[in-house]
Design a protein around this ligand. Structure first.
Ligand SMILES: C[S@@+](CC[C@H](N)C(=O)[O-])C[C@H]1O[C@@H](n2cnc3c(N)ncnc32)[C@H](O)[C@@H]1O
Length: 305
């Protein structure tokens, strides 16, 4: 749930307990007006060359506080050339803080193009490690479950790696579940494991879950654009951020086959509490995966044979 890729500059951000890049205490004033004026001057002049146009867009995005103005300019230009809308409109939407993925309509996740519709949580690059680990554990014709699938990114990666595997996903938000289905994911609407077919109980090879895990008490530290745009129920993990995580860990004990594995994305200081829950659910071989900065990113556990 880090907002690093699509949000505002954050050089002074401290890392919060859930591993996110948090905003500075004093938020930057939006420079939307300035950037928009700069942009307008680019379009009323004689038509710029492509290079000039790109350079001016990069500058407008940088002035507006985008952290990766070059990459975003290219993505917006590509989206515009694909007919999504006039480039000026796309830039204005971005400068207002709308997630880039909602404007362009997609992200690339583990090399798979994932549609991301407005209102649906944008899959984060830091979840790719969990998805790759799940791919390495799933037998080619195995059974995988992805709880809280959102746009279906993790499930779509599994299905694309193993077209003959049985991949089922759950999602509480019908809008996100529909988005996942448009990504080719068999997504059912409901609370965590409740909508799973009973025939799968005790037969699942790999269960994945990137649930909401931001502690309620830390929501205010999220980047402004994330808070303003992405759905709260995709972010808010309750006190300490572990409310949904604990339920997902308990579900793993019910659905995994002997030898099956669960992978849960976590952040900050959540590993100990989750390790205890996983052990209480009868799982063993519990290990924590860290990211390149040494922060806890996922917890893995196996159901003993
Ligand atoms: C952090 S987002 C992750 C989405 C996706 N797994 C990804 O990595 O892009 C969490 C998702 O869980 C969904 N969600 C929240 N509570 C849920 C619940 N109790 N049961 C099922 N889905 C839930 C939210 O609607 C949201 O789409």
């Amino acid at each position: 749930m880090r907002g690093r890729r699509t949000t505002r500059k954050s050089s002074s951000r401290k890392r919060s307990a859930n591993g996110m890049s948090s905003p500075p205490r004093r938020r930057r004033r939006c420079r939307y007006g300035t950037a928009r004026r700069a942009l307008r001057t680019t379009t009323i002049l004689t038509p710029p060359t492509e290079t000039e146009q790109r350079r001016r867009i990069v500058r407008a995005l940088a002035d507006g506080g985008c952290v990766a103005p070059d990459a975003e300019a290219d993505a917006l230009l590509r989206a515009s050339s694909e007919g999504i809308g006039p480039i000026d409109e796309l830039i204005v939407r971005r400068l207002r803080g709308e997630p880039l993925a909602w404007i362009t309509g997609s992200v690339t996740f583990c090399g798979v193009r994932i549609r991301v519709e407005s209102g649906v949580f944008v899959p984060r690059p830091h979840s790719e490690g969990l998805a790759r680990r799940a791919v390495s554990l799933l037998p080619a014709e195995g059974i995988a479950v992805d709880l809280c699938t959102g746009s279906g990114a993790v499930a779509a990666v599994l299905a694309s790696a193993y077209p003959r595997a049985d991949v089922v996903a759950t999602e509480i938000d019908p809008v996100a579940a529909a988005c996942a289905r448009r990504n080719g994911v068999r997504s059912v609407v409901g609370n965590l494991d409740e909508p799973l077919p009973p025939s799968m109980r005790g037969r699942v090879d790999v269960m994945t879950a990137v649930v909401p895990y931001v502690p309620t008490e830390e929501l205010h530290l999220l980047p402004r654009d994330v808070l303003a745009n992405e759905p709260r129920r995709a972010l808010d993990g309750g006190p300490r951020g572990t409310m949904v995580l604990i339920q997902a860990a308990e579900a793993a004990g019910r659905w995994l086959r002997p030898g099956g594995t669960v992978l849960l994305e976590i952040g900050g200081t959540q590993a100990d509490e989750l390790a205890r829950t996983l052990a209480n659910a009868g799982l063993s071989e519990i290990r924590v995966h860290r990211d390149g900065d040494g922060h806890d990113r996922a917890i893995e556990a196996r159901r003993p044979n």
